[in-house]
Design a protein around this ligand. Structure first.
Ligand SMILES: Cc1cc2nc3c(=O)[nH]c(=O)nc-3n(C[C@H](O)[C@H](O)[C@H](O)COP(=O)(O)OP(=O)(O)OC[C@H]3O[C@@H](n4cnc5c(N)ncnc54)[C@H](O)[C@@H]3O)c2cc1C
Length: 383
């Protein structure tokens, strides 16, 4: 592989995994992260079987499992707690050797960062711009520092700055929905163990899953205009009233969160972007194919990207050919995730009572093999 130093912009899930995968191949991969400390937002994440298989190949999977919680089942319910659909992970565990692991994001990030030497992780370095010439790329940071790279990987998330150097015309699409997330201490007691639950209301939904003993990650989404900020205490007050009629333990989960713990994120995606590379700059993860989170696959797709990019770069000295192969192997699945997740997001937020009744009936009647097929295309790795 003739990449020289690979500069990765962004030390999130995708950037850190890419650094691990590349360094295992003997590449000098260096991560530049804007945050002064690697403290992931205080939320959880579901790491599904496709991502767990990659993490196992990178010999990180066991650490992730040890610091998270196995999720054996996903229950989708209506607001009266009636079961609409059960996603049993036993099939995935048998077929792919792994189901879902629920984990605090900070712990996932710690595990990933622990596999990268300190000298390859540069914190407090905010990417500003880059310039390509015949022999490489000069990357400039906001503090005025510059580094030289043979290849730049833009893993700087949904609002990527690197993307404007690759596909300046790319536009994010707003979903019409905003999300709130928190990790709280609560004993789920009478609830089924190792289970992720999502409850659909009218223009509002709430999901939760254990991420460690006595620790629960929850998220809620509601219809909202983009860019609105909450006044202090307002978000908790609104969530309290939206979740009031929802089944236990949802009201208790909202109560258990301190207002400052609530993380609000407007949900955007980036449908159909092609041309993830230009010269010696390539996009990875949300920077290339941000998705709404309704399938719990955004981070997993970034992890798959990291594996494929490292493998393709290792397979040839022809860097442009490797970048083309990377995109052609990854774009189909990433775009399918974006489109399927978008449709689920619309379905989950139907407000009209008749529409909701019809939707619930259809989801309840869907045969188990349909949900298994859905898991299969997401979980299978064909590389
Ligand atoms: C509500 C919600 C729930 C979700 N749940 C799941 C789930 O259960 N499972 C799942 O797989 N995915 C989930 N996702 C999606 C997942 O969070 C993202 O897809 C994933 O984090 C993308 O990884 P990434 O590395 O591409 O970007 P990120 O994880 O966003 O990392 C980007 C990094 O780049 C850094 N950065 C940004 N700008 C700069 C700059 N200028 N210079 C240097 N560094 C910079 C950022 O600080 C950050 O560390 C969810 C998303 C949301 C909003």
């Amino acid at each position: 592989m003739r990449t020289g130093t690979v500069v990765i912009i962004g030390g999130g899930i995708g950037g850190l995994t890419a650094a691990i995968a590349l360094r295992r191949r003997g590449v000098d991969a260096q991560v530049y992260e804007a945050a002064p400390q690697l403290e992931a937002v205080g939320a959880g994440i579901m790491v599904p079987a496709n991502a767990m298989q990659v993490l196992d190949r990178l010999e990180v999977g066991e650490d992730v499992r040890a610091r998270g919680m196995a999720i054996h089942r996903g229950d989708l319910c209506d607001a009266r707690a009636g079961l609409l659909q059960r996603m049993d992970q036993a099939h995935a565990e048998r077929r792919y050797g792994s189901g879902i692991t629920g984990i605090h994001r900070a712990r996932l990030q710690e595990v990933l960062a622990s596999r990268i030497p300190a000298h390859a992780l540069h914190l407090g370095r905010r990417f500003a711009s880059l310039r390509q010439d015949e022999s490489g790329v000069t990357v400039s940071f906001q503090d005025g520092a510059q580094v030289r790279a043979g290849l730049v990987v833009g893993a700087d998330g949904v609002h990527s700055g690197v993307r404007s150097h690759v596909r300046p015309e790319a536009e994010l699409r707003y979903s019409g929905q905003t999300s709130y997330r928190a990790v709280v201490a609560l004993d789920l007691g009478g609830q089924p163990a190792n289970t992720a639950v999502e409850v659909w209301g009218a223009g509002f939904r709430f999901g939760y899953a254990p991420v460690a003993p006595g620790e629960v990650y929850w998220y809620a989404t509601r219809d909202a205009a983009p860019g609105v900020r909450d006044a202090p205490g307002q978000a908790k007050e609104e969530l309290r009233s939206l979740a009031a009629g929802f089944p236990a333990p949802i009201p208790a989960l909202v109560e258990a969160a301190e207002p400052h713990q609530l993380i609000r994120t407007d949900m955007f995606d980036l449908p159909g972007l092609r041309g993830w590379h230009r010269g010696r700059v390539v996009l990875l993860g949300d920077a290339a194919h941000a998705t709404t989170p309704n399938l719990g696959q955004g981070g997993a797709q970034a992890i798959e990207d990291a594996w494929v990019l490292a493998e393709q770069l290792a397979a040839t000295d022809d860097v442009p050919a490797a970048l083309r192969a990377y995109e052609s192997m990854r774009a189909g699945k990433a775009h399918r995730v974006i489109n399927t997740s978008w449709r689920i997001g619309r379905l989950a937020h139907v407000r009209n009572p008749l529409g909701r009744a019809l939707r619930n009936w259809l989801v309840r009647c869907a045969p188990a093999r349909t949900s298994r097929r859905q898991l299969d295309w997401m979980y299978a790795l064909d590389y």
